[in-house]
Design a protein around this ligand. Structure first.
Ligand SMILES: CC(C)(COP(=O)(O)OP(=O)(O)OC[C@H]1O[C@@H](n2cnc3c(N)ncnc32)[C@H](O)[C@@H]1OP(=O)(O)O)[C@@H](O)C(=O)NCCC(=O)NCCS
Length: 260
């Protein structure tokens, strides 16, 4: 079972016939997920999920710990693609670095490889997935660093057809509750200046910018800047959301649109 102490939060599991059937079903769900980003459709009321509970507005939605033997195949088949019509342009002046929203001439499409997922899940301190009935709709993997009591968000994905419904926010709420119970100091995340939605998402979830690195990536990603954010988890330090209210502009681009 999942516990809030340091150490792995994954379950040992027999890979039974039923579970192999479940794996196949997971995979089918992943592939058949509709491409529409529901952010463009507005958002109903949401509530924070707890293990074994359902979301008020989405009674079929559940969050539970990842069991690699049962869930691994479906997790590896997840669609991590995102498409954006804007990025944050990084500019540097003197000792100041800033991120400025900039619209692109052509949409940018990117995906995150999952090469290290198995290793990351098996060495994680928290690994959760969200599912709606038999459909995997998102997952989050966190690794705690003991020496500085900091937890690193190594993976966070919501299936394209399920974005904008509060699932990412709910997973972060579950993760932070567990990390706070284990006296973790902060939750740290890395994204890129090109991932506009992720930067907005983290800021809305109470994260604050804590660093940039324009030399981190190699190859085709070398023009991207790594953006680091952290959310303080200490009592009385938990930040409130950091976005201007009622900002409803959305990334409204077709998922099949061309890009870099
Ligand atoms: C980033 C991601 C995890 C967000 O998950 P999600 O379930 O869609 O996010 P939520 O519905 O919980 O959104 C919470 C808040 O984040 C912000 N946000 C999320 N998506 C946004 C978008 N496309 N544009 C602008 N703001 C966005 C909003 O402020 C939103 O709150 P609001 O709708 O009340 O304004 C999801 O878009 C995703 O999986 N993207 C592809 C993979 C990825 O980028 N992962 C992160 C890697 S660093």
């Amino acid at each position: 079972m999942l516990s809030s102490g340091r150490g792995r939060h994954t379950w040992r599991h027999e890979n039974s016939k039923d579970e192999r059937a479940q794996q196949n079903h997971w995979s089918e769900c992943g592939r058949s997920t509709p491409g529409a980003n529901t952010h463009a459709l507005g958002r109903p009321h949401r509530s924070v999920l707890a293990f074994g509970n359902t979301m008020e507005s989405y009674p079929a939605m559940m969050i539970r710990p990842i069991e690699w033997l049962r869930d691994g195949a479906a997790l590896l088949a997840s669609d991590t693609t995102f498409t954006t019509d804007r990025i944050y342009r990084v500019s540097q002046k003197g000792l100041s670095i800033s991120l400025n929203e900039e619209f692109l001439l052509a949409p940018l499409k990117k995906n995150y490889p999952l090469h290290n997922l198995e290793k990351d899940v098996l060495s994680s301190s928290v690994a959760l997935l969200a599912h709606e009935r038999d459909c995997l709709v998102g997952f989050a993997v966190i690794k705690e660093q003991v020496w500085n009591s900091r937890a690193e968000l190594t993976h966070l994905y919501v299936s394209p057809g399920h974005r904008g419904r509060g699932i990412g926010q709910s997973m972060i709420s579950n993760v932070t509750a567990l990390l706070q119970a284990s006296k973790c100091r902060c939750l740290w995340a890395e994204t890129q200046n090109t991932n506009y939605a992720a930067v907005r998402f983290y800021l809305k979830a109470g994260f604050r910018l804590c660093g940039f690195d324009c030399s981190l990536y190699d190859g085709p990603l070398s023009e991207e800047t790594a953006v680091f954010l952290q959310r303080d988890l200490r009592p009385n330090q938990v930040a409130s959301p950091n976005l201007r209210p009622a900002r409803r502009r959305r990334v409204r681009v077709r998922e099949d649109a061309g890009g870099r």
